[in-house]
Design a protein around this ligand. Sequence first.
Ligand SMILES: [Zn+2]
Ligand SMILES: [Zn+2]
Length: 245
Amino acid sequence: MSDVKLQFIGAGDSECLNYYNTNLLVEHQGQRLLVDCGWTAKRALHDLDLCTTDIDAIYITHVHGDHVFGLERFGFENRYVHNEYRIKLFVPRSVLPLLWDETLKGSMGYSSDGENKLEDFFDVCVVDDAFSWQGLDFELFPTPHTKGKPSFGIRLPHRFTFTSDSNVIDDFASLVDDDLYIFHDAYSAGDFHPAHATLQEMRDAYYSELLKRIYLVHYDDAIATRGDALNDFAGWVKQGEVFQC
Ligand SMILES: [Zn+2]
Ligand SMILES: [Zn+2]
């Protein structure tokens, strides 16, 4: 244990100007897995002296710009600038058609080489409910985010759970079990949002001992001003903050 390093290269929501997209870097045995790749991913990695070729694998939780738009840049640069370096891309089965056919294909489907497939840019691995990477066995779990749009959180049992974008989750305490760190989407700018869990909704759905274990991510630009309003949670994740598990 403690041989996995977690670092949120950003932890802001899609409207943020002060914070990068909520994308999580997982490091183990000198390899790096990026959980989601939003439009700020390249800049956020650059701030940590990393570039696209320092990433060995990417896992995609769902198709929204702050989670996938960076793939266009990674794909083109790695293919045409970095000698056809293909990152391993873990994609949930139900997310894959949305990712390529309805999101990336319009930009990446045709280049000076002619027609392209997603596999021309990435080493695509379709995932059902679990996948292994570098000897670590990750589990996926469906999340209630945007109605009708498949989305999945990621969990490394006993170590961490990350909801990515989500409303409150039924029986969340059982899901996270004894995980050391829990990172939960948190809309802190009001008491209602159709796609993201608000602080009050979490208080209503989760018991207080569970709240104390939850670190908030996907917050708005004003998070640092909210002070005491966050006292019943573990805290909010600072951009670039490292968690060892
Ligand atoms: Zn989303
Ligand atoms: Zn998002």
